[in-house]
Ligand binder design. Structure first.
Ligand SMILES: [Cu+2]
Length: 124
């Protein structure tokens, strides 16, 4: 019995350590389609040449969303892309946990009338 309790305590302590190692960060930058950005032209907007709204369309099709931070670091955003599709090319503020540069997203805010407005990531 004692050893079971010890084992459980060890597991709980281990899990706490793993959680502590997950850094929650907030980043500001431009919302991009990873597919567009990682293509050869590093597109960050939403109208790409003759392909109007290409960035939004890419997210609607399920391409991963990405964030180009203010100091030009690129992060993949782990979140359902179609929720963010309308905001490609716009300034956003992303809060989440950093996993070697990929951000597991908890919150996305878009600038609206000079204020940050949270995007609903959970509705269908
Ligand atoms: Cu695209």
């Amino acid at each position: 019995m004692k050893s079971i309790v010890l084992t459980i305590l060890t597991i709980v302590a281990g899990a706490a350590l793993v959680l502590a190692a997950e850094r929650t960060i907030t980043l500001e930058g431009t919302l991009v389609s990873s597919a567009c950005y990682l293509g050869k032209f590093h597109q960050t907007g939403n109208d790409m040449g003759t392909h109007k709204n290409c960035g939004s369309e890419c997210l609607k099709n399920g391409d991963p969303a990405g964030l180009l931070s203010k100091n030009n670091e690129f992060h993949v955003l782990v979140v359902s892309s179609h929720k963010l599709a309308p905001y490609v090319g716009q300034p956003v503020r992303v809060t989440g946990t950093d996993h070697n540069g990929a951000i597991k997203v908890e919150k996305v805010e878009v600038a609206e009338d000079g204020k940050w407005k949270e995007v609903n990531l959970t509705s269908k």
